[in-house]
Design a protein around this ligand. Structure first.
Ligand code: CIR
Length: 254
């Protein structure tokens, strides 16, 4: 699938109060996060994407993780109801930005879903059932996308935050998966490219038209992806990792 656009959202001043499952060893440095975010946007542009960067909102410390606000496929964008209370409201700006490019669908309480739980590969939507994405959210996603010809495959995640914390698509046929996380059997019919558990955070990568944006400092994953015939660009994501985020979370790709 040829990607053309990305929607990103700037780092708010309050980013050092973003949700973190574990307290980081050192606090988030907002200035460094901004530099890393600029590097990410620059890289997407260098790969030919037209990137829209929405302003951050200090009332929403996690708002740069815009991926969680929508699931987009084939001209339809389902605007999510985010699983974390403190994040509700982030979806409004994303919806405004998506409106010119997509038909919008919405979800209502009690449904919750974070976009980081949804991995699209061709006509399949792999969907994590997680602390953030509940049964009603999954039902709503099915109601929107199954009539459009998508097959929705539910994957129970247990303690894993989001599905794409442990896997992402290299293309429609290849999934990058961190070992000892979820069963490769969920991806029947796809080629599963495994990376070592010690580099699990590298499994959250973005592939833009044949080039993979990979978290820096994961040499084995770099080698494995390169051996798949893909170019790799490493980006330092240290400040996003402290808030349990990484590469996919920072954009909605169209
Ligand atoms: C959160 O806990 O919601 C944020 N601190 C991290 C969200 C990361 N999003 C993603 O992986 N799609």
């Amino acid at each position: 699938m040829q990607l053309k656009h990305a929607i990103c959202r700037s780092i708010p001043d309050s980013f050092d109060r973003a949700i973190a499952q574990n307290r980081p060893a050192s606090p988030i440095n907002v200035q460094i996060a901004r530099q890393q975010h600029q590097g990410y946007v620059r890289t997407l542009r260098s790969l030919g994407l037209q990137v829209t960067v929405l302003p951050g909102d200090s009332a929403l410390p996690d708002c740069c993780f815009i991926e969680d606000c929508a699931v987009c496929a084939d001209g339809t964008a389902m605007i999510t109801r985010l699983g974390a209370d403190s994040r509700r409201g982030e979806e409004q700006a994303a919806a405004e930005a998506l409106k010119p490019n997509a038909h919008l669908e919405w979800m209502a309480a009690p449904a919750t879903l974070d976009g980081g739980d949804c991995l699209r590969m061709g006509s399949r939507l792999f969907l994590g059932r997680s602390q953030r994405t509940n049964a009603a959210g999954i039902d709503r996603l099915r109601a929107v996308f199954e009539p459009l010809g998508f097959e929705v495959i539910e994957i129970p995640l247990g303690p894993i935050l989001h599905l794409k914390c442990v896997c992402s698509g290299l293309d429609d046929d290849r999934v990058l998966l961190a070992e000892h996380t979820i069963s490769p059997e969920f991806f029947a019919g796809k080629r599963v490219v495994r990376i070592p558990a010690a580099e699990a955070h590298a499994a959250n990568c973005v592939c833009v038209n044949g080039t993979v944006l990979l978290a820096a400092g994961c040499p084995e994953s770099h080698r494995i992806i390169h051996a798949e015939g893909l170019d790799v660009i490493e980006l330092d994501m240290s400040e996003f990792r402290k808030a349990d985020g990484s590469m996919t979370c920072l954009s909605i790709l169209l």
